[in-house]
Design a protein around this ligand. Structure first.
Ligand code: HEC
Length: 174
């Protein structure tokens, strides 16, 4: 009878072990039912997305502004054509300076005064047109060094900002 008791005890222990083992194998059954609740949730998730796209389409018109930025970068870089004012500067300001052509330099400086991209840039002592006209006056007075000083003066004051805000702005081609 003791053997039976021991066996019962062992079987009880074994069954406990089995229960433990089964308990560990519980997750699969528990994960199995979860797909079912998930599938009802899936149709529910599908329903909201369909109303979503329509509101998303009205926001797409904002994208056309992004292509404009790559277009801004389409000049002035390596292998790219010069930007409008950059090319004008090279053809007129730089050319006249290299040639030491004072009349041409005076004319270019006068023209550049009118190329101010924003009238607000003319305010103050270092206003765009003031710098350009000062340089033109020096060039007319045969002061080559004085005229040249206006190059650096304007570039220091305005070049970075011009490139940031108005790089692709067309300039009048004389
Ligand atoms: C009133 C303002 C102003 C004056 C004066 C001026 N510049 Fe400029 N210049 C600019 C601006 C703004 C740019 C930037 C244009 C750009 O890169 O798109 C520029 C760009 C240039 C560039 C192109 C530089 C580069 O890295 O590609 C050259 C060359 C140049 N200027 C030469 C001259 C010379 C030479 C003078 C004087 C005789 C002169 N500039 C006077 C405003 C001026």
């Amino acid at each position: 009878m003791r053997k039976v008791a021991i066996c019962t005890l062992l079987s009880a222990l074994l069954s406990t072990a089995l229960v433990v083992a089964c308990g560990r194998s519980d997750p699969p059954p528990s994960s199995a039912p979860s797909p079912e609740p998930a599938s009802p949730a899936a149709p529910q998730a599908k329903a909201p997305p369909t109303p979503d796209p329509p509101p998303a389409q009205p926001t797409q018109p904002a994208q056309p502004t992004q292509p404009a930025q790559p277009a801004q970068a389409a000049c002035g870089g390596e292998g790219q054509p010069s930007c409008p004012l950059q090319g004008w500067m090279e053809a007129h300001m730089l050319k006249a300076t290299e040639d030491r052509n004072l009349p041409a330099l005076a004319q270019a400086l006068e023209q550049s005064a009118a190329m101010v991209p924003d009238p607000a840039w003319n305010q103050g002592e270092n206003g765009w047109a003031t710098i350009a006209n000062d340089g033109a006056t020096k060039a007319r007075a045969n002061d080559f060094a004085g005229a040249r000083a206006s190059c650096k003066r304007c570039h220091t004051a305005w070049q970075d900002r011009y490139r940031a805000e108005h790089r692709t702005r067309p300039v009048p081609t004389p």
